[in-house]
Design a protein around this ligand. Structure first.
Ligand SMILES: CC(C)(COP(=O)(O)OP(=O)(O)OC[C@H]1O[C@@H](n2cnc3c(N)ncnc32)[C@H](O)[C@@H]1OP(=O)(O)O)[C@@H](O)C(=O)NCCC(=O)NCCS
Length: 183
């Protein structure tokens, strides 16, 4: 049976960025750009990678997601000007909801780049009548991420108590700020 689940564009271009699905061969560059930096992964649900091999396996799995309508759509973010990998953004479609996650290499922080990437994907969810809730969460200690969500057009809804484990900080689930854009 043909799937009727919405599917985001495979590639997206913004003023400064180019988004496309990851490939296995992107691992070494992604490791150096963001995935190996403990400062970058501090509030994330994964530990920094130390080798390209396991990251290549992960990127290959994310690439496969695109081919089987899994509802999980990950992009690598590249700078339009140079083609260099800057980070990653992804969404998980679940019924009427789209959950976003994102990460940017430290060299690129503070230039509005993640806001630009998230806005582009929210433009897409805005146009999908089946998606009523586009949302994301971040650690309460990560206000820059909450700011990105708000600048991109989401509204802060509150705190999800004990919502996610950030293994780089400790084993206990932590409180998160939740923001959403709803229709
Ligand atoms: C969080 C992250 C995505 C932000 O990306 P970015 O491209 O630097 O974000 P932008 O430049 O679009 O906006 C950042 C905003 O946060 C603000 N900000 C930065 N540090 C802040 C802090 N400590 N407290 C409050 N606001 C802060 C900036 O001033 C800016 O807001 P402004 O434009 O109103 O001045 C990036 O730092 C990152 O990838 N961090 C590591 C991974 C991560 O935490 N991902 C999110 C997981 S939920």
């Amino acid at each position: 049976m043909k799937s009727t689940m919405p599917r985001p564009p495979v590639t997206l271009a913004t003023a400064r960025l180019h988004l496309a699905p990851p490939r296995r061969e992107d691992a070494a560059e992604a490791l150096a750009a963001y995935a190996g930096d403990p400062e970058v992964t501090r509030y994330l649900t994964w530990r920094p990678y130390t080798e390209a091999g396991p990251l290549a396996d992960f990127l290959e799995a994310r690439a496969l997601d695109w081919t089987r309508d899994s509802g999980h759509y990950a992009y690598l973010i590249r700078l339009a000007r140079t083609g260099a990998i800057a980070g990653s953004i992804g969404l998980v479609l679940d019924g009427n909801r789209a959950l976003f996650g994102y990460v940017l290499g430290r060299a690129h922080w503070g230039q509005g780049l993640m806001t630009e990437a998230l806005r582009a994907l929210l433009d897409w969810t805005d146009g999908e009548p089946e998606i009523f809730r586009a949302w994301a969460f971040c650690d309460v200690a990560n206000p820059a991420s909450a700011r990105v969500m708000e600048k991109a057009g989401m509204t802060r809804e509150g705190i999800l108590r004990r919502w996610h484990v950030a293994p780089n900080i400790g084993p206990e689930p932590r409180d998160c700020i939740v923001c959403a854009r709803v229709r």
